[in-house]
Design a protein around this ligand. Structure first.
Ligand SMILES: Cc1cc2nc3c(=O)[nH]c(=O)nc-3n(C[C@H](O)[C@H](O)[C@H](O)COP(=O)(O)OP(=O)(O)OC[C@H]3O[C@@H](n4cnc5c(N)ncnc54)[C@H](O)[C@@H]3O)c2cc1C
Length: 304
C-alpha cells in the first residue's frame, strides 16, 4: 500500500455498503472513498483519479459505485477499494444548432434530467425516472421509454492505468444494456465524465413528457428496495411475463421476494440478505429454464 499511503486519511475502513445500494443490502467495503464535489468538480475528479491510480499501483482491486442501483453486493462485502462517486456537475456548450452537455459521472440521472428540463433541454427525459448516476448508465447503457445512453453519448472520459482517454460512442460499443466497459474483464477503468448530445424544446412540454414517464412507472412497477429489472428481456419476449407464467409472482426466499406487481423486480422486504437475493435470482432462473426452455440472462451485476 505504498502508493495509497498518502491518501489513507481520506478512506474509511470496513464500511457497510447497504446504504449505497438500491436493494439496501450487502456487506462491507474494506476501504471506502466517497467522492464529492463541494465547489470544484474538476478538482474532485482529479482527487478521485489520484486515489484510484494509487490503488491500482498497489494492485488493490477497485470498484466504482454510482447509485448502486444495478449491483448486488455479497454479504461478505468487497475487498479492496470501493469508491462511491457523487461528483455532480454539468455545463452546456450551446453552438446552435448543436447542443452539448458536459456532465460528471457522479451526477444522478433523475437530477440531471430535471435540471435540463428546466433549462428547456430535451432528449434526456427518459432518464428522469431511472435510478443511479451517469457513470453507471454509461457502463450499462441504461435506457427507458425508447431512449438510452447510446442515443445521447458523444464521448466519455475514461481513466485506465494507461492514462486518461476519450472513448467515442463507437468505442463504447453499445448494445442492449451492454457496452465495451461492462464486459471489460480487468475492471481497471473509471468513467469520470461524458458529453451528451441534446436538443432544445419548450420546458413545459419536456416536463409533461417526464411526468407521463414517471406516472407510467408508478402504475407498472413496485416501490420498495429493489434493483429494477433483474433479467434482460429475451429477444421477442419479456422476462417478467416468463417469470409470471411460471407462477412465481410473490415467491420468496428469506426476505427477498418476486414482486407481486412486476415479476422481473425482486424486493428486499426488509430482512433480505444478499444470499437470499442471489438464491432467488438463481432459483427463478432455473425454474424459468425448466418450464419454458428460456435461459434468462441477468441484467444486475453481483459484486464482491
Ligand atoms: C427501481 C429501479 C428501476 C430501474 N429502472 C431501470 C430502467 O428503466 N432502465 C435501466 O436501464 N435500468 C434501470 N434500473 C437499473 C439502474 O438504474 C441502471 O442500471 C443504472 O444505470 C445504474 O446506475 P448506478 O450509478 O446505480 O450504477 P451502479 O449500480 O452503482 O454500478 C453499475 C456498474 O457500473 C459501474 N460504475 C458505476 N459508476 C462508474 C464509474 N463512474 N466508472 C466506472 N464504473 C462505474 C459499477 O462498478 C458497476 O459495474 C433500475 C433500477 C432500480 C433500482
Amino acid at each position: 500500500m505504498i502508493h495509497l499511503q498518502p491518501y489513507l486519511h481520506l478512506l474509511q475502513r470496513d464500511q457497510p455498503l447497504a446504504r449505497f445500494t438500491a436493494a439496501r443490502l450487502g456487506g462491507d467495503a474494506e476501504y471506502l472513498y466517497i467522492a464529492r464535489a463541494h465547489t470544484d468538480a474538476d478538482a474532485a475528479n482529479e482527487a478521485l483519479i489520484a486515489v484510484v491510480r494509487a490503488a491500482w499501483s498497489d494492485d488493490l482491486p477497485v470498484r466504482l459505485i454510482g447509485g448502486g442501483a444495478n449491483i448486488l453486493v455479497r454479504d461478505t462485502g468487497v475487498r479492496g477499494l470501493v469508491v462511491v462517486n457523487h461528483i455532480s456537475a454539468f455545463h452546456l456548450e450551446d453552438d446552435a444548432p448543436t447542443l452539448t452537455v458536459w456532465v460528471t459521472a457522479g451526477m444522478a440521472l433523475t437530477v440531471l434530467a430535471r435540471k435540463l428540463a428546466a433549462l428547456g433541454i430535451a432528449g434526456f427525459e427518459w432518464a428522469a425516472s431511472v435510478p443511479g448516476t451517469v457513470g453507471g448508465a454509461l457502463v450499462n447503457n441504461a435506457g427507458a421509454h425508447g431512449g438510452d445512453m447510446a442515443g445521447n453519448v458523444i464521448d466519455a472520459q475514461i481513466v485506465t492505468p494507461d492514462g486518461i482517454q476519450t472513448w467515442t460512442n463507437a468505442d463504447l460499443a453499445y448494445g442492449y444494456r451492454a457496452s465495451a466497459l461492462k464486459h471489460r474483464a480487468d475492471r481497471r477503468f473509471i468513467a469520470t465524465r461524458a458529453r451528451l448530445r441534446l436538443t432544445r424544446d419548450d420546458p413545459t412540454a419536456i416536463t409533461a413528457r417526464i411526468e407521463a414517464f414517471i406516472a407510467h412507472r408508478k402504475r407498472t412497477q413496485p416501490a420498495g428496495a429493489s434493483l429494477g429489472s433483474i433479467f434482460k428481456n429475451p429477444l421477442g419476449d419479456y422476462a417478467g411475463r416468463l417469470i409470471e407464467s411460471c407462477g412465481l409472482k410473490g415467491y420468496a426466499i428469506g426476505g427477498a421476494q418476486v414482486s407481486p406487481i412486476h415479476a422481473n423486480f425482486f424486493i428486499n422486504t426488509g430482512t433480505a440478505t444478499a444470499r437470499d437475493y442471489a438464491a432467488l435470482v438463481e432459483t427463478v432462473q432455473q425454474i424459468v429454464l425448466e418450464q419454458t426452455g428460456v435461459s434468462l440472462e441477468t441484467e444486475i451485476e453481483i459484486v464482491g
